[in-house]
Design a protein around this ligand. Sequence first.
Ligand code: MTE
Ligand code: MO
Length: 512
Amino acid sequence: MRTSRGWWLVAGVAAGALGLALSYAVAGLLHVRESPVVAVAEGVIRLTPGPVAEWAINVFGAADKTALLVGIFLVLTVLFAWIGRIARRRWWLAVLAYVALALVGWLAVAVKPGAVGTGLLPLAAGLLGWLVAMAVLAEWLRRWELVEATDEPATEPTHSRRWFFMSVGATAAVALGGWVLGRFASSGRERVEETRRLLRLDGVTEPSVPQGVEVGVEGVRPWRTAAQDFYTIDTAIAPPTIEPQDWALRIHGLVDHELLLTYDDLISREITEDWITLNCVSNPVGGDLIGNAWWSGVRWAAILAEAGPQDGADAVLQKSEDGWTCGTPLAALMDDRNALLAVAMNGSPLPVEHGFPVRSIVPGLYGYVSACKWVIDVEVTRFDDITAYWTDKGWAELGPVKMSSRIAVPGPGEDVKTGALVVAGEAWAQHTGIAGVAVSLDGGPWTPADLARVPNDDTWVQWRVEIDVPAGDHELRVRASDKSGEIQTGVVRDVLPDGATGWHTVSFSASE
Ligand SMILES: Nc1nc2c(c(=O)[nH]1)N[C@H]1C(S)=C(S)[C@@H](COP(=O)(O)O)O[C@H]1N2
Ligand SMILES: [Mo]
């Protein structure tokens, strides 16, 4: 390759590799569970038809996954080279092609259950890195080409050529650096995931879903939320990765005895397990920031009793490893409810995103005042003396869960058959318990629904009712009542400052 032409391919590969490495590094730094390439590989595996997969396993044996990754890298190399080549004449097309590649990577990450928004950052970094590298390399190649075109065997070509080679070298070096950084950064997460997988916790069980809790209507959310489908809310860009052996919980403040508990100290105590529904104060009426799981942990009441709260204390300021704080009413942690320092969710150690190794779960309180993930510090105190992360931003000091209900079926805008229609959904009033649910069609009378069973008052309840719908457009409302005799209010309020209210309403139509 004496002329510049062929070097566009090399420029494309170098810039492409740099983009890829940067996205890998950022993914690692953010502890994103999966780098885009691995996600693509898993996507390919998922989409591969059975016979093809069998063929691949026959040919490559146990190395089939490695072969797949190598294959993906080869395809990427060819694509990067091709993108470099088209960058010579049509920049916009090269940019488009690289964006398209990034989109494939993003899609692969985004379709994974439990994917979080931060999955986009690695790709943005990769795209930016590619753009800068490609622009620099293209600049030197263009100059080189220009000089070639003038046909003068002067010193100029050597000059721009040398700069080009140096830029290729620099690009490769940055790519290599990014890759090393990515490996290094993701190893912490990988180690903790490994620890999690190997962890066996005495007293932690995995129960089957209790009999009768589901109404069996398709479209209603599973009564038990799988960990990977459980909503995730936190302010951490990257979830903290804490090895249990490095974890300790300090309990101090207005207590008779300060405590410092290691992980082993904690799990050597009696483990309590229960079904508890957790929801977010930011959940709009009918929204999905809610999940129900089997939590295992040590009761807050037991730990606090050991510490001995002093007179005048009414709050517990919880602090997480990443600095987030919440203030929880001391009474809710000391009464008979199963407020837990939880170590497991659905029978397995907490997922990293959900607070591994230890988080708090308090039935009946919104997450923002109670459910501190990665909790490391507990100060027994007074509400008058503290503020916390969300109360500083205008949210209410106390966050008891508001009774709510949701129509899952029919879905909004659905077209159904006239006549008998099965309507179903969920309702919750944690720690008070749902007493009834009723629906109203087009502002008509309230029709009571059948409630499914629940093991306690701390979980959501599925409900189901059959109504008769004539042809036309309809509006269906739902409201619940709780065991204290309260009826869910129809007054519409936004989530700020202490949770949304109003009746969930679904518009649908019916035809013959
Ligand atoms: N460390 C930490 N814990 C936290 C939060 C947070 O931002 N940081 N968010 C809280 C909020 S607002 C909610 S609703 C729950 C959500 O818990 P999940 O992500 O396990 O569903 O966690 C709570 N615990
Ligand atoms: Mo929340």
